[in-house]
Design a protein around this ligand. Sequence first.
Ligand SMILES: Nc1nc2c(ncn2[C@@H]2O[C@H](COP(=O)(O)OP(=O)(O)OP(=O)(O)O)[C@@H](O)[C@H]2O)c(=O)[nH]1
Length: 599
Amino acid sequence: MDPWATRLSGNCKASPQALLCCPGSSIGMMLSKKLGVKNGKKIKNRANRNTKANKISPYLPPEAEEGNVEYKLKLVNPTQYRFEHLVTQMKWRLQEGRGEAVYQIGVEDNGMLVGLSDDDLKASLKTLRRMAEKVGADITVLREREVDYGYDVSKKIAEVLVRRVPDNQQFLDLRVAVLGNVDAGKSTLLGVLTQGELDNGRGRARLNLFRHLHEIQTGRTSSISFEILGFNSKGEVVNYSGSRTAEEICESSSKMITFIDLAGHHKYLKTTIFGLTSYCPDFAMVVVGANTGIAGTTREHLGLAMALKVPIFIVVSKVDLCARSTVERTVRQLERFLKLPGCNKVPVVVSSTDDAVTAAQKFAQSPSITPIFTVSSVSGHSLDLLKVFFNILPPLSNSKEQEELMQQLTEFQVDEIYTVPEVGTVVGGTLYSGICREGERLVVGPTDQGDFLDLTVCSIQRNRSACRVLRAGQAATLALGSFDRSLLRKGMVMVSPEMEPTICWLFEAEIVLLFHAKTFRKGFQVTVHVGNVRQTAVVEALKGKEELRTGEKAVVRFRFIKHPEYLKVGAKLLFREGVTKGIGHVTYLQSVSPSQLRL
Ligand SMILES: Nc1nc2c(ncn2[C@@H]2O[C@H](COP(=O)(O)OP(=O)(O)OP(=O)(O)O)[C@@H](O)[C@H]2O)c(=O)[nH]1
């Protein structure tokens, strides 16, 4: 883990420098408070004064060798040799951030905010622009701030986002799962962000997102839908307000946020869990109505995302409907909840552009930081802060990890199956590893008999536009021509023929029982979710125990009841049945071959 992130995570001691990492912003102040800075009052007072004058205190945490953040004191007229070195360094930082890097100009490697005169800053930004041009990247100045040393001449530091879409990619891609109680305003918020038009408070904005007639009639999301919000290289929003088709949005964007809109109603909880476990979201956005606070499924959704270790940020919606005191009460309720020992989060309220920039950076570095936005989809209040946040939010894994996944054999998880007129059978899902090209021959399975069947990928689409090559981590739909749809089911995998996939009826998992009304014992049946696999399994044995109570751990042997599945040791597992819930990971598979299954 990046040492900067380590320092900021709730479990470790922070250096006083780290505590001042974002002074002047409410985030800086809240982190300072949470991490127990002595002299907190002094910091707060100074921070308040600084906010007014946009002046900041003199330290950032020291520069980390790894990660995508680089400090540069000055970049004025570098020699050709130094310029080449700077360019190489920029390439490395961009690689660390999978195409995005943040440069802090006017800052020493030890984090000291020295600041530059206007002329030096201008010259440094010019050099930075030249460096970016050399590597084919764009730069956006996120913020310029004055440092206050009491000198007569003002000194400034600048924070700059450098973005380069990797050569083999169309755009940088992040997936955000959208969670929250029914009627919290999830679909409306997505409608407003992706269509660019405000809501009327009676559900106008969400209409474009609904897929089924009953959804339009009841106003409730029942299935999973995907919505896209693009940003161009200058950090401007690209959505349906300026583009007619998804293809146009993809073409003009260098960064794409794909929202996975999940259902809020308890009735659709299975679909919501499926969305979280199978679509591998980078982040989860939990929407909470300012008027209702934590209600209905909110607690459960927060718990699910935390159990699956998906970093969360919170959007308090509908602030136009409530008095300021009600909004503050909801925010306080969320803060209390997030700080509970089970959650162990550091809530940070975002109330300025400065906060949004800092929140995006800190959030990606430390999963315990939980930004809270307060917005309205009707008045548009603070939606700009949310957009700033999305524009800067970096991916969690770096290019190296991504590269490693791409080197592995192809494995595509089948999450959706459709029949499209004139195209034939189409499957939707995520490429877990490897690369998949048009015309590629793969095998799909396991069938009920444990077989894998041959198929050819006829064409690939991402975000409704054609794509020739799919890379690990990307979601897409693949057309399979005349392949018989009835042979497919959700939860199957399409893998390269060289792979020998392990399939099993029986597996073991180390689990924690999160909640169970009575006792959990042999013979109990639960719905098991592992990645895109969702099937009822029966508890065959509890190792070394007769029964399990809430909060207890054990290694449990499960047997699927309908058909064998493709699983991997180490995969995260979640199970539920009524109020019973548990999480864990797969520790052992009793793999079977198709011939054994036919006996
Ligand atoms: N006044 C006001 N109304 C809002 C706001 N956001 C959403 N609404 C209204 O709240 C209602 C519910 O919004 P939805 O977006 O359908 O809620 P949801 O969370 O997607 O609900 P499910 O799809 O059932 O999970 C609609 O009538 C919206 O017009 C807001 O910021 N202000």
